[in-house]
Design a protein around this ligand. Structure first.
Ligand SMILES: C[S@@+](CC[C@H](N)C(=O)[O-])C[C@H]1O[C@@H](n2cnc3c(N)ncnc32)[C@H](O)[C@@H]1O
Length: 292
């Protein structure tokens, strides 16, 4: 008696959100896809964010001239390195050149990313257990980095990533800031003094407003700072508000045209808000860009 042939099992269709060029193995390793190839609500949200960001990064990378060392990208506050891995898989892998660096302070996340990159054969990825500020001085990174990314890097790590980008002559920076407490703390400190000086101080009199205006002001200052140093800046949304409360996306492209007006505006805003000290600590402007 003939035994019936068993039908080969059909490969389950992938969720439509997945880029067909994407390694399914990678997505499973990152726990974006479950073992049986499904997306849960949380990973759908994460993937949507990363893919949206990837569209911008891919365009920026595509516009850069080729160089002998290949393109370089540093991702700050990398966490589990979803972004770095996905950019490598969709862009760097096929190039056969270039390098991605993930910078992260949590050693266990760095070790996991190192293991995963080795397992997947992603040879041109390095994960460094450094703070963003330390990475600026580290000789584990090259003198020049083409693209700097920082996705929800905590507090002032975004500012450190901007400083890193300036030092490394980055040709583009892609930043999704997290909450930043430094400016709000300065506003709080000078509250009594400023309250009598300007009616604008009403904007940060109540503690909740101090935090909100601090956060808003921080991103405005960052944009002016980048313009003052020769970047063209675009501010847009990462994803809809329903997905994340921190979804401001700042894209800065180097043009070399240092905007004096931006430097002057930045200095005036800092003075107006009683934050002049940040001019020497956080927002050092190009020489001669602001009248003494
Ligand atoms: C909210 S998570 C974001 C992770 C990842 N970029 C993402 O969006 O999935 C922020 C990460 O930044 C790391 N981090 C915070 N401050 C840092 C610093 N100064 N230097 C490097 N990493 C930092 C934290 O350990 C954490 O893993």
């Amino acid at each position: 008696m003939k035994t019936p042939k068993s039908k080969p099992l059909a490969t389950p269709a992938l969720p439509p959100e997945i880029d067909p060029a994407q390694s399914v193995e990678l997505l499973k390793e990152l726990h974006i896809l479950t073992r049986d190839g499904k997306l849960n609500q949380d990973s759908r949200r994460k993937l949507k964010q990363v893919y949206h960001l990837f569209q911008f990064i891919e365009k920026l990378l595509g516009e850069l001239p080729a160089s002998a060392q290949g393109l370089t990208l540093a991702d700050h506050g990398a966490g589990k390195s979803y972004l770095g891995f996905i950019v490598y898989d969709l862009f760097f892998k096929a190039l056969g050149a270039g390098h991605i660096y993930g910078i992260e302070t949590r050693p266990e996340l760095v070790a996991k990313s190192q293991e995963l990159a080795a397992r997947l054969g992603f040879e041109r990825m390095s994960f460094l257990n450094l703070s963003v500020a330390e990475s600026t001085q580290s000789d584990l990174l090259p003198a020049r980095i083409d693209v700097v990314t920082a996705l929800h890097a905590c507090d002032t790590a975004t500012d450190d990533a901007i400083a890193f980008g300036l030092q490394k002559n980055a040709r583009a920076m892609v930043l999704v800031p997290c909450c930043q407490a430094e400016v709000a703390a300065c506003l709080r400190q000078n509250k009594a003094l400023n309250g009598t000086k300007t009616p604008l101080a009403e904007l940060w009199r109540h503690p909740l407003h101090t935090r909100e205006i601090g956060s808003q002001l921080t991103n405005v200052l960052r944009c002016l700072y980048l313009e003052a140093w020769g970047y063209q800046v675009t501010v847009t949304e990462l994803v809809g508000w329903e997905h994340s409360m921190k979804n401001e996306l700042i894209i800065a492209k180097y043009t070399g045209h240092k905007k004096r007006a931006a430097a002057e505006r930045l200095a005036s805003l800092l003075a107006e808000f009683g934050l002049g000290s940040l001019l020497t600590t956080r927002f050092q402007l190009p020489q001669d860009s602001v009248a003494a």
